[in-house]
Design a protein around this ligand. Sequence first.
Ligand code: FES
Ligand code: FES
Length: 136
Amino acid sequence: ASAARAYHDKVIDHYENPRNVGSMDKNDKNVGTGLVGAPACGDVMKLQIRVNNDGEIVETAFKTFGCGSAIASSSLATEWVKGMNVDDARKIKNSDIAKELSLPPVKLHCSMLAEDAIKAAIANLKEKRTEAGAQN
Ligand code: FES
Ligand code: FES
């Protein structure tokens, strides 16, 4: 019972007080944007990271059009990756998020959305940097 209780508290806390909701300029060369959709339900998540010159994530933002678990997963993900190096952020697994929030199996794809969004944001940043580098 206490496990179920903890699950509700954490999901509801992130759902009611989501961290880092918002948007950053996607054209900023230090901002990576990941936009992903969940085939299972059609929900959409946008997650953004701002990285400094050392590759450290200094700012995060997200917008999620989806269920409470997807909102909680993205909120938690933006908290976790802040202060991380991109290489460490890329290692975050949806199972870590699902475990922290104690998501039931039927909601696992919601946390998958967060993992995918982090990876997509990092990939977008790398793409931008490669393009910028190629111009020099
Ligand atoms: Fe789409 Fe969760 S099924 S909101
Ligand atoms: Fe589809 Fe949560 S993202 S039910």
